[in-house]
Design a protein around this ligand. Structure first.
Ligand SMILES: [Zn+2]
Ligand SMILES: [Zn+2]
Length: 116
């Protein structure tokens, strides 16, 4: 995510965005506990949510098995996660060992994050 046209620090301060409404625009309510995350950008909510979801890894595994059945490993190794909750033992790819948790957490968060 590097943008070579935006490397001059002088430009960055020249156009400070004027915010008249600082209220958070995006919200993620964790369905596994009472925590909620609000921010002005969806990326900020997603990043904090993904970190938080690490604590719900086991709970999220059920969601992963339910939603990602038949989906290929994010590492492009060709492995396809087996269909059925009982067969999905974890987020790790059985073929290459890639941990699919973070990418799944991000997708999950995009489904869950709402505009407030
Ligand atoms: Zn939670
Ligand atoms: Zn893999």
């Amino acid at each position: 995510m590097t943008d070579p046209t935006r490397r001059k620090d002088g430009d960055r301060n020249a156009h400070e965005p004027e915010r008249t409404d600082p209220s958070p625009a995006f919200e993620f309510d964790c369905e596994f506990c009472d925590e909620a995350f609000l921010s002005e950008t969806v990326e900020a909510v997603r990043d904090r949510g993904a970190t938080h979801l690490e604590t719900h890894r086991d709970s999220l595994l059920t969601e992963f098995a339910d939603r990602e059945r038949g989906r290929e490993c994010d590492n492009d190794c060709g492995y396809v996660f087996p269909v059925g909750v009982d067969e999905v033992a974890g987020f790790e790819c059985r073929s290459c060992g890639h941990d699919n948790f973070e990418s799944f957490a991000h997708r999950y968060l995009y489904w869950q994050i709402e505009r407030s």
